[in-house]
Write a protein that binds this ligand. Structure first.
Ligand SMILES: *Cc1c(COP(=O)(O)O)cnc(C)c1O
Length: 421
């Protein structure tokens, strides 16, 4: 099946007389006939549902669908995008380890890396999204265990050179983790360019209707965890009677380990109803993304010609530094998110936002309805001035998430609000 059809049919196939739509299996637990059967489930020698923190049939269907869309061997849904990023790293790193991340990533992820993971003894080095080979090499340490980046960065709209970073990571036997939230697998599939693990905040375009927080980790199945750097994958796990992940689960070692160790112990799971809502969103992902992209291209053109606008970041614009990378990684479109600054800095930006009539001011992005946000006073307010600037977030920057309304209504609203600045 092609991508659009997979969005509808992967993960759940009703048999004769069964529900056409994905059933919500609203149960914490599952019944068995013998202690022997349950023991096999606990030893991981047999597959089956036994407790919804670890796996649930509705969530499982959505995991299979997302894995198919990204071209991975398996996926693990989480309670939020933050949980997905956290688990994706904790599955590889522990106290005393280090990783390298692009500095152009979501503000919440910067906080997670720089503050919370640091408290756990895991250190990060942020490097420029466009770092040279030498700068990347300089960030390496003997205890470096992973590399991280974001396909289209929130909110700065930089494009991440996945293939180049993957080559760097692999040269040093490290996996590359890519946050593919803004692109979605419809616009870009990072595994095709060498990424090893993909994470998403499904809260954004995959759901798309602002209904359900969620995240997902997807495993390409291609990274060699037996290269000597990752003993947790190759040595027996005594909490499962000596299971060895690479030996017992082969190419699914990473995603199985994330589920049976980290989801078991940390518990940030998605609910059956949440997964149902995310699935509902994914069914229409390609149609929505086409419209988001076309509307955003038109809005970016409009803003770039407006006398009250200082700068516009959207990769399809003439002169955008990421035009070439976008042509390679995002040939169908660059999503609905645009970053721009109005002339007059912070104050004019606030005036603009307060003057909008249709577009909503809210802490969200990638929704069917057009919405705006001022990162420096909201999502990124916990970052210092230096961190803001290092991440490319100007104090007057506005993040505009273009929805799927009629394009004339969107432009009319922006135009009348700009007239107020
Ligand atoms: C929103 C977002 C996250 C965090 O996801 P939540 O679902 O809000 O926890 C991570 N990465 C990116 C790129 C995001 O936009």
């Amino acid at each position: 099946m092609k991508f659009e059809s997979k969005c509808l049919y992967e993960g759940y196939t009703p048999k004769n007389g069964e529900a056409q739509t994905l059933p919500i299996v609203q149960s914490t637990t599952f019944k068995y006939e013998s202690t022997e059967q349950v023991a096999k489930l606990f030893d991981l020698t047999e597959n089956g549902f036994f407790y919804s923190r670890l796996a649930n049939p509705t969530v499982d269907a959505v995991e299979k669908k997302i894995a198919a869309l990204e071209g991975g061997v398996g996926a693990l849904c989480t309670a939020s995008g933050q949980a997905a990023s956290t688990l994706s790293l904790l599955n590889i790193l522990g106290s005393g380890d280090h990783f390298i991340s692009s500095a152009s990533i979501y503000g919440g992820t910067v906080n997670l890396f720089a503050v919370t993971l640091k408290k756990l003894g895991i250190e990060v080095t942020f490097v420029d999204n466009d770092a040279t080979e030498e700068e990347l090499e300089a960030a390496l340490r003997p205890n470096t265990k992973a590399v991280f980046g974001e396909t289209i960065s929130n909110p700065t709209i930089c494009v991440f050179d996945i293939e180049r970073w993957a080559n760097f990571a692999h040269k040093h036997n490290l996996p590359l983790i890519v946050d593919n939230t803004f692109a979605t697998p419809y616009l870009c599939r990072p595994f095709e360019f060498g990424a090893d693990i993909v994470v998403h905040s499904t809260t954004k375009y995959l759901d798309g209707h602002a209904l359900q927080t969620g995240g997902v980790i997807v495993d390409s199945g291609k990274f060699d965890w037996t290269n000597g750097n990752y003993p947790e994958f190759t040595e027996p796990d005594e909490s499962y009677h000596g299971v060895v992940y690479t030996k017992d689960f082969g190419e699914s070692a990473y995603i199985v380990k994330a589920r049976v160790q980290l989801m078991r112990d940390l518990g940030a799971c998605q609910s059956a109803f949440g997964a149902f809502l995310i699935n509902q969103g994914i069914e229409t992902l390609p149609v929505r993304m086409d419209r988001h992209c076309r509307n955003a291209e038109a809005v970016a053109e409009f803003l770039s010609k407006h006398p009250k606008v200082e700068s516009v970041a959207y990769p399809t614009l003439e002169g955008n530094p990421y035009k070439e990378l976008a042509a390679k990684y995002l040939p169908i479109g660059c999503s609905g998110v645009i970053a721009f600054t109005v002339k007059g800095g912070r104050e004019a930006g606030a005036k603009f936002i307060d003057s909008l009539k249709m577009a909503s001011l809210l802490v969200h992005v990638a929704d069917i309805r057009t919405c705006v946000l001022h990162p420096a006073s909201s999502t990124h307010r916990q970052l210092t001035e230096e961190q803001l600037i290092a991440g490319g977030v100007a104090p007057g920057l506005i993040r505009l998430s273009v929805g799927i309304e009629n394009i004339d209504d969107i432009i009319e609203d922006l135009d009348q609000a700009l007239a107020q600045c």
